[in-house]
Design a binder for this molecule. Sequence first.
Ligand SMILES: [Zn+2]
Length: 91
Amino acid sequence: MKRGIVVLLALVLGTSTLAFSAAQEASQKKKPESKATAGQKATQKVKDPVCGMEIDTKEAAGKSTYKGKTYYFCALSEKEQFEKDPAKYVK
Ligand SMILES: [Zn+2]
């Protein structure tokens, strides 16, 4: 009986290790791909209306649309700040 449990444990451990390495492999494969697509898409620099910093639209922590225009923020707290009173930041 005990041996059966050990075999079962080894099987479970073996499977989870396999699953883990497969997941690791997948994430390693994904990284260069996302870099390649990042190179294809033109990066767009925009000005964060709250702090005035130049940020990449893809690196923005949040975005908000006001009067048909999309604004990007380096921090979510700034997005919230902007949404409370957009007119304060948009001329
Ligand atoms: Zn900012």
